[in-house]
Write a protein that binds this ligand. Sequence first.
Ligand code: GLA
Length: 375
Amino acid sequence: MNTFAQLYGGPSEGEWAAPGRVNLIGEHTDYNLGFVLPIALPQTVRAEAARRTDGLLRLWSAQGGELVALRVEDLAPGSVPGWAGYPAGVAWALREAGHQVGGADLRLDSDVPSGAGLSSSAALECVVAAAYNDLYGLGLPAAELAVLAQRAENAFVGVPCGIMDQMASMCCHPGAALFLDSRDLSMRQVPVDLAGAGLALLVLDTRVKHDLGDGAYAALRAGCERAAALLGLPALRSLQPSGLDDALARLPSELVPLVRHVVTENARVEAAVARLDAGDPAALGPILTAGHASLRDDYRVSCPETDLAVEAALAAGAHGARMTGGGFGGSVIALVDADAAEHVAAEVTAAFRTAGYAEPRTLTAVPAEGARRLR
Ligand code: GLA
């Protein structure tokens, strides 16, 4: 076995965990400085770690299988290919922000499905940020670590993601969704008692690999930024539903559906929070389904597999369903009666089989805890 001691010849100083996430509602709103409402998953990336005094960063992951050795002072954006770029990027971002961190040995392991739209990359960044924070006694708050993790992904790896995934992985509380305002990173933990309401949240991974690095995500983000500039706004977040029709009339036709999605999606997050605050989680169902229609028809980031999963889940009695995450594949969430969860999962699987698609992988999401030290 590749234990920490076998890999590195000595004991680790501690172990940390950071979770993947599913977003309940609020998709493609974060980089428009709007609202999101993710929960952390029980699935985590774990890191055993120890400092090194010679400036080497050594990385091994149970999923990658190879040992990567880098010199922290040589780290530069784009210089580390593959999965190691995420942890290396965090060490780089910490140093770029002026924190005196050196090398480390890291042994990583994960049960967050990768490429499933469940933020395995953010979990990897966040677990490394949490480990470095403690090992080097930085004392940075969770939200600041999330921003540094996002910086690693944006500037070092080169993916222009928003802040949702890293904030979810760092800051979520068990039993709650994180109501985050991406403009100022103010947040509130909104209790989500699905079990108490006899409900369950199914996650159906379509196994269509989603990849934010392929340019489509960047193009959508650029479209939103162009629309905001044309409207004279700092970000689309500043556009209220009451001003939407006027604004749409002033935009070139190709930007209209993007803006309509962002404005209506922000309103859906606020509506969802109101339903949760009222203790009525089942009422999220129609909000989720409306969110999917908007992502499918306006933002156009769904695909035949996510559309089929949503349709089949609704036909099997789900209260609501939608794709979650960046899109172009990935996972669908379905809000179901707890005692119907197996039936809904089986119906979606049957629909996939009939369509000739690979069988979806099914998880049940329980709102779990954000990044933490395990020992
Ligand atoms: C990805 C990005 C997030 C967010 C979502 C879409 O998960 O990493 O920042 O933009 O897509 O909501």
